[in-house]
Design a protein. Structure first.
Length: 194
């Protein structure tokens, strides 16, 4: 039986709902909605979890950690251990400032790059999980504080761009789940949705 764990990183609470830092949540919620999946709050994991039986013998668990971004790793680590998910079958879906808004990149190693959610995953899981990175860059204005930028809401124009690209994000995630990281990297890391 192959099990995949897809964790959308974000912050719980209404005030964070449409912020750049919650793009990971927005994408996993849209994916679950498209598949008609139901979220259940699992206090033991400090996460909301949805199960998808993708194919016979293939199950995906989608998770939204309720720990706040900085503690994402404890929730994802607990889920991965409980469901015995190998590290390379853990996928983190999150916002990335170094990538332009609308683009997606996949990688499997690297530093946290200043992203507290990824730093927490590295601390609790180690390196080797799959990163599904959703561009939110560039930071404008450039002198704006990083925290204020990522916790800020998308401008109306950016929100439109995110909405228009939602299908691109979901197709990419589908590709990653069905064909694996290498095939998805080859297709998505070079492709410009424009």
């Amino acid at each position: 039986m192959s099990i995949t764990l897809v964790a959308g990183l974000g912050n719980p609470g209404r005030e964070y709902e449409a912020t750049r830092h919650n793009l990971g949540w927005i994408v996993v919620e849209a994916f679950a909605r498209k598949r008609g999946l139901t979220w259940k709050t699992s206090p033991q994991f400090e996460a909301e979890v949805a199960r998808w039986d993708a194919a016979p013998g293939r199950t995906c668990y989608f998770a939204k950690p309720l720990t706040f971004m900085n503690g994402s790793g404890s929730a994802v680590g607990a889920l991965a251990r409980y469901y015995k998910v190998p590290l390379e079958s853990v996928i983190a879906v999150y916002d990335d400032l170094t990538i332009d808004l609308g683009l997606v990149k996949i990688s499997v190693t690297g530093s946290a790059g200043g992203h507290n959610g990824v730093a927490s995953l590295l601390e609790h899981l180690g390196d080797g999980f799959v990163r599904y990175r959703l561009g939110i860059g560039p930071k404008e204005p450039a002198q704006m504080d990083l925290k204020d930028f990522v916790l800020g809401k998308f401008t109306p124009a950016q929100h439109t761009l995110v909405t228009q690209n939602l299908d691109h994000y979901l197709t990419g995630l589908d590709l990653l789940l069905s064909r694996g990281a290498e095939a998805a990297m080859n297709q998505l890391n070079r492709r410009d949705p424009k």
